[in-house]
Design a protein around this ligand. Structure first.
Ligand SMILES: [Zn+2]
Ligand SMILES: [Zn+2]
Length: 153
């Protein structure tokens, strides 16, 4: 499992470049949302990020935070992580990686593994053009396994 490097300065620079490319003004609110997301590794939800952003900008609305996240996700500045039946979560890591999802506490951890990056993808016969993929392993995180072992005693 490789370590994931997240240089804050580099991410902000990349955002500035992308915003310029899309003629999107980098407002204080957009910057605050990106910085809040960048600071977390746990794939936060809109509500969790709204809480973080309100520390910096108390008057910001949830709708504003949501719209900013959606705009960034559409422009692929950040990534939206969705799985059926669960609330959407966001992350600033947009390079290919995979996830470990705990079905008990909902913890989502990044996983990098070159083997999973080199899967044989469905071919042209499907008529489907694959843009990207991410593997999600679901199960119990180490903490939940530990507490389960505890409760069984
Ligand atoms: Zn768990
Ligand atoms: Zn991730």
């Amino acid at each position: 499992m490789a370590t994931v490097s997240r240089r804050k300065g580099a991410a902000i620079e990349r955002l500035e470049q992308l915003c310029r490319k899309h003629s999107l003004p980098l407002t204080a609110q957009r910057r605050a949302v990106l910085e809040a997301l960048q600071a977390r590794l746990d794939h936060p939800t809109v509500d969790e990020l709204w809480e973080d952003v309100r520390v910096l900008i108390p008057e910001v609305s949830r709708t504003t935070v949501y719209r900013i996240l959606e705009t960034f996700a559409q422009l692929r500045i950040i990534r939206k992580v969705c799985h059926p039946g669960a609330v959407a979560r966001y992350e600033s890591l947009t390079t290919r990686h995979h996830h470990l999802l705990c079905i008990r506490c909902g913890a989502m951890t990044d996983l990098q593994n070159a083997v999973y990056d080199k899967l044989t993808l469905p071919g042209a016969d499907t008529g489907f053009e694959i843009e990207d993929y991410s593997i999600q392993f679901s199960g119990l995180c180490a903490e939940c396994v530990a507490s389960e072992g505890h409760s069984r005693k």
